[in-house]
Write a protein that binds this ligand. Structure first.
Ligand SMILES: NC(=O)c1ccc[n+]([C@@H]2O[C@H](COP(=O)([O-])OP(=O)(O)OC[C@H]3O[C@@H](n4cnc5c(N)ncnc54)[C@H](O)[C@@H]3O)[C@@H](O)[C@H]2O)c1
Length: 331
């Protein structure tokens, strides 16, 4: 299925953006990646040309959107480390909020019709109740979450004035890798639990630190909602189809709808790799809620979103395969 215009994937050299490019290529959609390679890697950009640009270069960005005939933007580019956002909030306001304002200015100038924003469950902060619906109050507890909430509001305000349709997609914990092992999760420094657990199991990293063993959860460790990156990307394609067919706007949670504890992940990695994972139970981190789980019934109802690959065994098998393939290539 080919859309009328080109899709600009900001952050297409990063973890989720590169998976989105792979899925768009499978649908024979024309795309262009805009990325400054600050955390992404050049070799993850394989399915679309790369415009190596910073989002805040508004003029060059506008010119790129016009030259490629872009009518749709999937906006993944952002700084996305919660801890760093606490120690260096200026960087987050500059890159995430400044980048979004520049991008929306360029989109208005280039006549972009459809916009999809990567938002986050971090905008909900510590929810009063789980599962979390889209109506749950948004009270972020760190600058990263605040910048995402500001981006949501900016999109609502500016899209209203520019006749742009938008989808705000609030991701929970994105994990796994494309099943063919073509791409992998890659963050530097790595802070995500599944890669860290795989590194610890392989003896490539220190013992896994599990923050808090005394939460009021069945095994005492925190519960999060892990969604397979391929399911998440599918949610974007469904949102695009929906906006193209019906216009309007969407605000949706994208998760698996299931909670998984840190120690369940450890157990699953041990089973799948048949190796022990050295674990150190560390003190709780400030601001870490005991459980964050998405209610995904709206995405199911509106888009027909079904997270088929988001079972824990599939996520970990795909992630482990992608790391093993990369290690094999490195030798
Ligand atoms: N990974 C998750 O679990 C998760 C959860 C919720 C939301 N998100 C959001 O999803 C998006 C993608 O996350 P990811 O895990 O793929 O991160 P990532 O760091 O792998 O990718 C981000 C990409 O954006 C690029 N980038 C950053 N700032 C830029 C700028 N100013 N101009 C041009 N390019 C820039 C980076 O070089 C990188 O390639 C982010 O917006 C993040 O906040 C991720």
């Amino acid at each position: 299925m080919t859309g009328p215009g080109t899709i600009c994937v900001t952050g297409g050299a990063g973890y989720i953006g590169s998976h989105a490019c792979l899925a768009l290529a499978a649908q024979k959609r024309k795309a262009v990646v805009v990325d400054n390679l600050s955390t992404g890697s050049r070799d993850a950009v394989r399915w679309a040309p790369l415009a190596k640009l910073d989002l805040r270069q508004t003029e060059a960005l506008t010119e790129t959107l016009i030259r490629h005939g872009v009518d749709t933007v999937l906006h993944f580019a952002a700084s996305a480390y919660v801890g760093e956002s606490v120690s260096n909030p200026q960087k987050y306001y500059d890159n995430n909020v400044g980048g979004m304002l520049s991008l929306l200015t360029a989109c208005a100038a280039a006549g972009v019709k459809t916009f999809v924003l990567s938002s986050s469950c971090a905008t909900y902060g510590v929810p009063e109740r789980v599962p979390i619906t889209e109506a749950t109050a948004q009270r972020p507890i760190n600058p990263y979450g605040t910048t995402k909430l500001i981006c949501e509001q900016m999109l609502k305000d500016i899209a209203g004035q520019t006749a742009m349709s938008y989808a705000i997609l609030r991701y929970f914990n994105v994990a796994g890798a494309d099943g063919s092992g073509t791409l992998r999760e890659r963050h530097d420094p790595e802070t995500h639990l599944i890669p860290l657990t795989l590194f610890a199991a392989a003896g490539q990293g220190p013992a896994l630190r599990v923050f808090g063993g005394d939460y009021d959860t069945p095994d005492g460790s925190c519960i999060r909602d892990y969604v397979h990156v391929s399911d998440l990307v599918q949610g974007h394609l469904l949102a695009l189809e929906h906006l193209r067919a019906r216009g309007g706007n969407l605000t949706l949670n994208l998760g698996s709808g299931r909670g998984t504890s840190n120690l369940e992940i450890v157990g699953m990695v041990e089973r799948i790799l048949n190796r022990p994972v050295p674990v150190q139970i560390a003190p709780r981190r400030a601001g870490d809620p005991p459980a964050l789980v998405a209610d995904i019934s709206r995405a199911k109802d509106v888009l027909g979103f079904v997270p088929r690959r988001s079972g824990l065994a599939t996520i970990i098998t795909d992630a482990a395969r992608s790391f093993a393939l990369e290690a094999a290539h490195a030798h």
